[in-house]
Design a protein around this ligand. Sequence first.
Ligand SMILES: *Cc1c(COP(=O)(O)O)cnc(C)c1O
Length: 363
Amino acid sequence: MMNINVTKTYLPPFEEYATILKRAWDKGWITNNGELVQELEAKLKEYLGVKHLLFCSNGTIVLQMAIKALGLTKEIITTPFSYVATANAIAWEGCTPVFVDIEPSTFTIDPDKIEAAITENTQAILATHVYGFPCNVEAIQEIAERHHLKVIYDGAHAFGSNYKERSLLSYGDISTCSFHATKLFHTVEGGCITTSDENLFKQMELFRQFGHRGYDYFSVGINAKNSEMHAAMGLCLLPKTSDFIKERKYWFNKYRVAIGKITHIIGDTAEIDGFSWNYSYMPVLFDNIFQLNTVVKALADKGVFARKYFSPSLNTLPFYGPMISCPISQSFADRVLSLPFFVGMTEAEFDLITNTINSTIGE
Ligand SMILES: *Cc1c(COP(=O)(O)O)cnc(C)c1O
């Protein structure tokens, strides 16, 4: 039986990785802002078209650093439809996540519902470009300016997604990204933080290395550095990213033809003016939880492991405080499934998945 997971980490030919890594070996320098980290940062800045960027150890700590750098201590308005790291970062920093429901077309936070959630304690909005789809960045910016709020984007899925000729990672006061092995572009573990604000950049650069530079101690800090081993993977994969996106687009369009009539293909909603999608996930929405569970079981029987991504809806978790109802997010979390979708998928794997779905819920 085949064994197909929702994603499969792309590994480059070993020699390619080793050739880059050898530079660190030859120097005997494997961490602490080495040559490969610096080169990766420069290339990422160019690729993303952002002013400042820090390569860090993962996509969660960068959210924490963003919250800390902006001096947030109270309520942060956020989306319930994201990976748990988004709300965790808020709570971990001692702030309170205030969940605002999503809009059905993009699965991102609904700007029309943000203002009703603003209180005298609201300090910021932390929104996720979920599946690489764009938050309504214009409406969010407008609300933030009117109420003097900071804006952070969790762009963990947004690498390679552009809106109005700009990377999604260039919006807001601060944007973050994850380079975890399961993401579209990865460095095994890793992440980055971007901003166009010089002061925020300098602060976060200090945070990344314990708050000091040499013998000069400026502030509290943490260890969010990343190593030459991780940077080498990034340098190896970055030039392949546009090919990754092309291949994903191929599989997306094939899925759309094969199962588009019997499921709701969420990626179709990405047809927004001025937006170019990175095809980072293959989420489909079923009519009800029963249909979804039937498909999950039929796929699992064939060795195919899709993921209920993103479920649960974060507002339903008990440890963030009293539950705030978000019916759209909760309904989607019950019915959404991310299908296997990765570079190197085979036609046989694809046929097995789509034939199983069709024979389970098709006429
Ligand atoms: C993956 C992910 C993160 C966390 O990234 P790590 O690098 O695994 O820490 C944060 N937010 C979202 C939306 C994610 O999908």
